[in-house]
Design a protein around this ligand. Structure first.
Ligand code: RET
Length: 281
């Protein structure tokens, strides 16, 4: 043939590999991160202001709730400025074109690991708010907190898990089991404990715990759709978590603090080292 007669020439490649796909943040995602940063900052300032006017012995919820929004402010500052995010190689898709050699197409997606650092610190504090409100015992609180930290860390491993092995969804399943432990502690032990604090506190605990369970349960759903299934963009994921974070932190916080100021029975008796030096107040 004519082609074989040019044996000294370098053959042209017949297949040009497909360019990798990069799933990344764009304008809407960046704007959202900055907006939530401002909301968390304003909430932190308001909660700090609210704690000023009440005695230190009644500030436990204020301290916890303010720390939660301060940590979120820091985490959103990191993400908005491009920190706390890294590329995760999701997979190499095999391309089969009839008659041509197979090629692969790599897919990369940005993973905001700063979220998991935020959640690892703030979700235990949120649980403490609820646990003190219900009057849960130390053992029950310890189990809920350890299950919570386990849930967030295994969720982080899931986010960086490989898709070609059972890693990603395996870690996800473990995180969901840890989440069920938290629900069990709140629904059974939390509700029972709250009854001892009277019907007002019990009713309030049931309402705010139900709100918490609904909002918290949306996180693994979003995760499954966005991080797990990659059915929504990185921007869409940022917006979804932004809505949930605002509900779970500032809205939860203002509801708790305002109700606390109107319902003296919600006050926590701080025994032992918690109340050292406060006797004179
Ligand atoms: C992950 C993925 C793995 C499975 C489960 C998850 C649950 C996350 C939750 C997060 C709550 C966050 C809050 C943040 C701040 O306010 C880690 C998404 C079960 C429940 C309340």
């Amino acid at each position: 043939s004519t082609a074989s007669s040019h044996h000294s020439a370098t053959p042209l490649p017949t297949v040009i590999p497909d360019l990798p796909e990069f799933q990344k943040v764009h304008h809407d995602g960046k704007t959202t991160l900055w907006v939530v940063f401002v909301i968390m900052l304003v909430a932190s300032i308001i909660f700090t202001g609210m704690s000023w006017s009440i005695p230190i012995s009644k500030r436990l919820y204020h301290i916890l709730t303010t720390l939660i929004t301060i940590i979120a402010t820091i985490s959103y500052f990191a993400m908005a400025t491009g920190h706390g995010v890294t590329w995760h190689h999701i997979k190499a898709v095999e391309q089969h074109d009839h008659g041509l050699p197979d090629t692969t197409r790599d897919i990369y997606r940005q993973v905001y690991w700063a979220r998991y650092v935020d959640w690892a610190l703030t979700t235990p504090l949120l649980l403490l708010d609820l646990a003190f409100l219900a009057g849960m015992n130390g053992g029950t609180i310890l189990i809920a907190i350890v299950a919570d930290v386990t849930m967030i860390l295994t969720g982080l491993f899931a986010a960086f898990g490989s898709e070609t092995t059972g890693q990603k969804w395996g870690w996800y399943a473990i995180a969901c089991i840890a989440y069920l432990v938290i629900i069990f502690q709140l629904v059974l032990n939390g509700r029972t404990a709250s009854l001892a604090k009277g019907s007002n506190v019990s009713k309030f605990f049931i309402s705010i715990a139900a709100f918490t369970l609904i909002v918290w349960t949306a996180y693994p759903v979003i995760w499954g759709v966005a991080d797990g299934g990659r059915h929504i963009s990185v921007d869409g994921e940022i917006i979804a978590y932004a809505v949930l974070d605002i509900l779970a932190k500032p809205i939860f916080g203002i509801w708790l603090l305002v109700t606390h100021s109107r319902m003296p029975e919600t006050n926590v008796e701080l025994g032992g080292f918690w109340s050292q030096g406060l006797a004179s107040e």
